[in-house]
Design a protein around this ligand. Structure first.
Ligand SMILES: Cc1cc2nc3c(=O)[nH]c(=O)nc-3n(C[C@H](O)[C@H](O)[C@H](O)COP(=O)(O)OP(=O)(O)OC[C@H]3O[C@@H](n4cnc5c(N)ncnc54)[C@H](O)[C@@H]3O)c2cc1C
Length: 380
C-alpha cells in the first residue's frame, strides 16, 4: 500500500456512519494515519435510524459470510463491552406449515455452519415468549443474535479512532474526491494517500466515476414504546421478513419487534422505494401496528413514544459495495457502502475486507461478491 506523503494522511474517509467509523477504527489499529470527514455528526445518517438487530441472515451465502465475520469481530473488539445491547437471540416466527419447513431448512444451514439454533414448537414458543399469539406454529430460535444501540456503536468506534491518534472531523462536509485526497465544501484540500467513500446514500453524489453508482435509498419506519421491562425476551421477526427485505416491492411491511436494554419495545419495519422523504407516513405506521397485532395481540395497549424514518442505502442485489473504485486513476480511491438493512451488523466485516484489500492482504472472506465493478463501468 502507498502511504501518504510526509505530513499527509494515509487514508481520508468520507462519512462517519457505522461503516466509515468501523473502517477508520480498523485502519488506525493497523497503524495508518486516518481522518474521518463527517458532514454532520458521527452516526447521524442511516446509522441513527437503524433498529440495531445484529443478525446473521443466511439466505445469501455472501451476506452470511460477511455477517458471521462481522459478529466475530464485534465480539473480539474491546469496545464491545461498552455498547448498550442485549444478547437476546432471535425468534423467526412461523405462521404456517410451509414456513415451518422453511425454518427447518434454515436451521439445518445454521447448524451446518456451527451456529447455535433450535426449533421451538407451539408450547415451547408460548413458554419462551408468552405475549405472542397462540396460533403460531412455532419458531426458529437463533441464539447468537443481539440487539444494540447503533449510534452508540459508531460513537464508541470513533472514540477508539481518536484514542489511536486518528481524527474525527465533524461538521466538515466533503465536496469531492481528488486523486490526491479530498476537497471539503469550505474549499480546504486534504492530502491523503488513499480516500474511502463511506457516505451511505450520499455516496452517489460524491461518486467520482463517469458511470453513476447504482444505489438508491430504501426508506424504513420504526416506532418505539415507553419502558415495559420484560415485555419481550427475544428479537422477534416474522419469517416472511426476508422475502420483504430481498424483494423489490415498492412498499412492504414485515413484523419485527425487539426488547431494548432500556426496557422499551422497538417496532418495525417497513421498506419503501416510493417515498424517500424523511417524513413519517401515518398510514404506513398504522399498517405496521396492525401487522404487529397479528403476532403480539396486546401491543396496541403499549404507549408509543416516538416514530421515525430513515433511508437504507440499497444496491440492486442487496449486497454491499466494498473495494477499489473502478477507473480510479491512481488506484487509491475506495468505496464501502450499500449495506441496506444490515450495515450495523456487517460494518466490522466490511472494514476487515476493505483494509485487507488496501494493504494487499488476502481478505478473511472472498471479496468478489462485493466488487464495485458489478454496478458501475463496463459490467453495469
Ligand atoms: C429503518 C432502518 C432499520 C434498520 N435496521 C437495521 C438492523 O436492525 N440491523 C442492521 O444491521 N442494520 C439496520 N439498518 C441498516 C443500517 O442502519 C445501515 O445499513 C447503516 O447504518 C449504513 O451505515 P453507513 O455508514 O453506510 O451510512 P450512514 O449511517 O448513512 O453514514 C453515512 C455518513 O456520511 C455522511 N455524509 C454524507 N455526505 C457527506 C459529505 N458530503 N461529506 C461528509 N460526510 C457526508 C452522513 O452525514 C452520514 O453520517 C437499518 C436502517 C434503517 C433505515
Amino acid at each position: 500500500m502507498k502511504r501518504g506523503a510526509a505530513g499527509a494522511l494515509d487514508v481520508a474517509i468520507v462519512g462517519g456512519g457505522i461503516v466509515g467509523c468501523a473502517c477508520a477504527q480498523a485502519a488506525v489499529a493497523a497503524g495508518l494515519r486516518v481522518a474521518v470527514f463527517e458532514g454532520q455528526r458521527v452516526g447521524a445518517g442511516a446509522t441513527a435510524a437503524g433498529m440495531g438487530h445484529l443478525v446473521v441472515i443466511d439466505d445469501d451465502p455472501a451476506e452470511f459470510a460477511l455477517a458471521r465475520l462481522s459478529m466475530t469481530l464485534w465480539r473480539e473488539w474491546a469496545g464491545w463491552q461498552d455498547i448498550e445491547r442485549l444478547a437476546c437471540g432471535t425468534l423467526w416466527l412461523a405462521e404456517t406449515a410451509a414456513q415451518q419447513a422453511a425454518a427447518q431448512a434454515k436451521l439445518a444451514r445454521l447448524a451446518a455452519a456451527g451456529l447455535q439454533a433450535d426449533w421451538l414448537d407451539a408450547p415451547a414458543l408460548r413458554a419462551a415468549e408468552p405475549r405472542l399469539a397462540h396460533d403460531l406454529v412455532g419458531a426458529l430460535r437463533v441464539h447468537g443474535d443481539e440487539v444494540a444501540y447503533g449510534p452508540g456503536m459508531a460513537a464508541r468506534l470513533a472514540a477508539d479512532v481518536r484514542a489511536g491518534g486518528g481524527r474525527i472531523e465533524e461538521m466538515r462536509p466533503v465536496a469531492r474526491l481528488r486523486d490526491d485526497g479530498l476537497e471539503l465544501v469550505d474549499g480546504t484540500r486534504v492530502a491523503a494517500g488513499h480516500v474511502l467513500l463511506a457516505a451511505g446514500n450520499d455516496s452517489v453524489r460524491l461518486w467520482p466515476g463517469d458511470s453513476p453508482l447504482r444505489l438508491r435509498p430504501r426508506k424504513g419506519q420504526l416506532a418505539i414504546t415507553d419502558r415495559y421491562p420484560g415485555y419481550l425476551r427475544h428479537a422477534l421477526v416474522e419469517l416472511g421478513y426476508i422475502d420483504a427485505a430481498h424483494g423489490d416491492a415498492d412498499e412492504s411491511v414485515a413484523f419485527n419487534a425487539q426488547p431494548r436494554a432500556s426496557g422499551q419495545v422497538l417496532l418495525g419495519s417497513s421498506r419503501s422505494y416510493r417515498d424517500t422523504t424523511p417524513a413519517v407516513d401515518a398510514a404506513l405506521l398504522a399498517r405496521m401496528v396492525r401487522r404487529a397485532q397479528r403476532f403480539l395481540p396486546d401491543i396496541a395497549a403499549l404507549q408509543m413514544l416516538r416514530c421515525w424514518a430513515g433511508l437504507r442505502p440499497a444496491t440492486p442485489d442487496g449486497r454491499p459495495i466494498i473495494g477499489r473504485i473502478p477507473g480510479s486513476t491512481r488506484g487509491n480511491q475506495w468505496v464501502a457502502t450499500g449495506h441496506e438493512g444490515l450495515g450495523l451488523t456487517t460494518a466490522t466485516g466490511t472494514a476487515s475486507v476493505w483494509l485487507d484489500l488496501l494493504l494487499g492482504r488476502m481478505p478473511a472472506i472472498d471479496p468478489a461478491p462485493y466488487a464495485p465493478e458489478r454496478f458501475v463501468g463496463a459490467l453495469a
